[in-house]
Write a protein that binds this ligand. Sequence first.
Ligand code: GTP
Ligand code: MG
Length: 532
Amino acid sequence: MKKSSNSKVMNMSKEERRQKRHQRLSIEKNLKEHEQKEPPNNHSTFTEGVDDNLFARNFINKNESELLLWVANVNRIYEEKLRKPAPFMTFVLCGMQSTGKSTIMERFLGAPLNIVQEGTGTRCPLDCTCIHDASCDQPLCELSGVDLSPEKHGKGLTVDAVFEIVIQHNKELEKADTFSNEPLRLIFKSSQVQNMRFVDTPGIIANRGTGKDNREDIKGILRIAMRKPNTFLCVLLEPKEFATNQIIDFLDETFAAREDWILNATFLMTKFDKQFEDSRTGSKANNFFREFIANKCVPFLVSTPTLSKENLPCAELFEKRKDLLLHADEEEQERFQKWLQGHRKFVNEEGDELLVEEVEKKIGFKKAEKYMRDTMLEHTAKQLPIVMKEMKVELQNLHDKQKILTERMKITEPGELKALVISFLVDIQRKIISYLDGNMDVTHKFPERLMTLMEEIDDEDDSEWSTRELNHHNSEENAWRDIIADIGCPNDIQPSSKFLGGKQIQRAIAFFHIVMIGKYLINNHFYEQCFQ
Ligand SMILES: Nc1nc2c(ncn2[C@@H]2O[C@H](COP(=O)(O)OP(=O)(O)OP(=O)(O)O)[C@@H](O)[C@H]2O)c(=O)[nH]1
Ligand SMILES: [Mg+2]
């Protein structure tokens, strides 16, 4: 690993190294800004004893690929387990039907992994994270999705296996004449990709075809994907005039004011090979782009080679498309060079003009890819400390919940329940004993229940005990009472003082002490037996 990443750095051009340095400095700067806003003061459970910002910094310093893998996992856990929007940014590829969204996705991946065909192809979102991994000899895929049967989920899948599953899933939806909002999720690791996150979506159908009218369903799916927080639009334009590009109208409808969405969107004009002829001179091309420039949506121009026949058996289609994608960048470059050469010819022969710089610097898929990757990394670096903080709170909440649930689970175990009930009984017994012993706690806790001895005697008279034949010596007792009345007791044991439970018993003991020991039973031996 170490060896390959070192050699990777050595193979970088000066410019690439400068960009990487710039990227790291910008990440460090974001972290510093965050640190200043929020001084490091707390420790999370998952970074036990380690400052959060230090943890984030270490993470970023490892390398971009590891960071991206972590980002993909966090996004997935947020969406699938916590049922919250993904916290890190994703590009949503949106466009009219057959504008080439799935083809663009495959250009990012450098491998056929998606359904690409004329007419409706994509029928559910495909959420994809590309991770550059220099140690990957062969691309490795991880596929998941709520709608996929468990045997189709998995890590370490090959590209052709995933290609087949994705095609099959879309074909099944086609058979049911429906679209789904539930995404398939793909993590794609390869030494040939740049780090990137995006979602491919079904294209909007302009005119009602045969069968069920799904146009509103598709718009709904797209709107849900686009309105998610941390979503950046990657708008695929058709190679025709700005005013006739229907996706612009759809986005205007969805986001109300154009300024709200257009500035944060990236535009790609796909199938530009179809516009070569109409834009064969610099002046014609500049004329074509005038309105795009005026509306601040100059697109990156893309042209991808295609198969003459796409309706082929899965395995054959895979091999042919793989081959096509392998040379796509090269072929695209040739096509655009030829186009620009044409412009130069008209400049030389007829004094025409060259393509304006604003457009010229956006030619080719590679330029779009780089721009999008930089945008994504910048946003990820900004989000990182915020997400870490949020996750820490979330984790603490979940730990607390887990504690409660673990305790509750114990009660469902007969053995545990028995032990619990015994411990309650022991506790109750201890409390009764301490109450009878005259524990002042009870007196403090229930002041409203305090009673005089007379009240307690009255209560007893009203209780069921009063009718029971317990005492056969009433007359002797009355005589006894008369004697007591003459004795004269200290104030603190007078029957009018309020006590409860054990305190009443203590009062009684003190009373009998005076009556029996003090006045009649001058018998120290008996006294010692009672009060030692
Ligand atoms: N001429 C040309 N054809 C292209 C280009 N890119 C894609 N295509 C073709 O356009 C058709 C549609 O491509 P997809 O990638 O499936 O388009 P999509 O936008 O994903 O389509 P839906 O998912 O149905 O909305 C396919 O037949 C592709 O081969 C291109 O740059 N030039
Ligand atoms: Mg598609």
